[in-house]
Design a binder for this molecule. Structure first.
Ligand code: FE2
Length: 389
């Protein structure tokens, strides 16, 4: 299937990220985004999930909202590691929107919040271009200043919340209080969200790449078709959408026909709809990070040993010793601009849906296309164990 058709660009094609004239890009960008503000996961036990992300992933306690702050229906813990903030939220009684989300999807990402300078303008720009409103611009304030938030729907039950926080100096958001328990395990060197991948249903990829192009002013970086990403059994198609300054990158996957069930289809079946498949977080030292994560109980997908035998021939010289990557299962890929190291966790939820990617970029701006085949064969071995292949 031909997947190289381009979406109608709203802005001149800025596919080449080496364009460095920021002012020129910003002038054309009707939705300037400063970065990822936070990700909110709806989970069945926020208190224990926060403990897991502290213990296993090295997040630090930051803020809390719940009964003690006057909320009646939910409890939220905010954990942070460098620029990455996660909110873990659970309902406090039955028949809530959060509970309904958990019932349908299991634990998963509800909100991908984006940091903006003007949340009212972000709402207007996107809803005028056809976005379905989720939250009208709403001002929240406390003694530390104010924050304006607004939001729109994206694929499945996932939403984008725009957060304007330049007039706020509190710990997180109005309504949250500082959470500073005795238990603070060390971080593991995670720095920022590199990209977040969405899985959508059959024939829906172009609908959503068009949405990010037309409604949010993103442009398409790359696409992969089922010839790039297929094994003997499963296939998928993928397009990567990026905002103007490249800080927000959303690859979108859809299943493709294979001999057996695609991993994307498995996700859609278990998540019962479209949603976030993985959150890629960056580190400056993937070997140290992965050693620590593994010691703390995070489980990773493994590729066969043979992957490393001809690695040097495939990717050329790299700074790291291949013999230190092999026992950890860290993968390497190269593009025209450099190389990257990456590894994927097993799902962190009971359903085989959400997982994390740990990535270290050494010049490369791509997403590890050269590893797809080895990786997907590893996923298929897991699917086989789950009886879902
Ligand atoms: Fe990724």
């Amino acid at each position: 299937m031909e997947m190289l058709e381009l979406i109608e660009p709203q802005v001149p094609d800025t596919t080449d990220r080496r364009v460095t004239d920021r002012r020129a890009t910003d002038r054309l960008d009707f939705l300037p985004l400063n970065g990822t503000d936070y990700l909110e996961l709806y989970v069945s036990n926020a208190r224990q999930a926060a403990h897991y992300f502290q213990t296993a992933f090295g997040f630090q306690p930051l803020a809390y909202a719940g009964l003690e702050t006057g909320l009646k229906d939910r409890e939220s813990y905010v954990v942070v590691q460098d620029k990455i903030r996660l909110i873990l939220t659970s309902p406090l009684h039955s028949h809530t929107e959060i509970g309904r989300h958990i019932d349908q999807h299991g634990d998963g990402v509800r909100v991908v919040a984006l940091w903006v300078d003007d949340a009212t303008d972000a709402f207007e720009q996107t809803t005028n271009r056809g976005a379905k409103p989720f939250m009208e611009p709403t001002r929240l304030e406390d003694d530390h200043g104010y924050v304006v938030r607004s939001g729109i729907h994206t694929y499945g039950d996932t939403v984008h919340v725009f957060v304007e926080r330049s007039h706020y100096e509190g710990v997180f958001l109005p309504g949250f209080k500082a959470w500073s328990p005795h238990y603070k395990p060390n971080d593991v060197g995670l720095k920022y969200v590199d990209h977040m991948v969405g899985n959508v249903g059959w024939n829906e990829m172009n609908t959503w790449t068009k949405f990010y192009g037309e409604v949010m002013g993103f442009s398409q970086l790359v696409s992969f078709d089922d010839k790039d990403i297929s094994t003997d059994y499963t296939a998928l198609m993928s397009k990567v959408m990026s905002n103007g300054n490249g800080r927000i990158k959303f690859p979108i996957n859809e299943p493709a026909e294979g001999k057996k069930k695609s991993q994307i289809e498995e996700y859609i079946n278990f998540y019962e709809g479209a949603g976030i498949q993985h959150i890629a977080v960056a580190t400056d030292n993937i070997i140290e990070t992965v050693v620590t994560l593994r010691d703390r109980g995070v489980e990773f997908l493994r590729v066969p040993e043979a992957y490393y035998d001809d690695l040097k021939d495939r990717i050329g010289e790299i700074d790291e010793e291949i013999e230190s990557l092999r026992p950890l299962g860290i993968l390497v890929d190269r593009d025209e601009e450099g190389y990257l190291l990456q590894i994927f966790t097993k799902p962190v939820t009971p359903r085989p849906t959400l997982f994390f990617e740990i990535i270290q970029r050494k010049g490369a701006k791509s997403f590890g296309k050269g590893n797809f085949k080895a990786l997907f064969e590893a996923i298929e071995r897991e699917q086989e164990l789950r009886g879902t292949l």
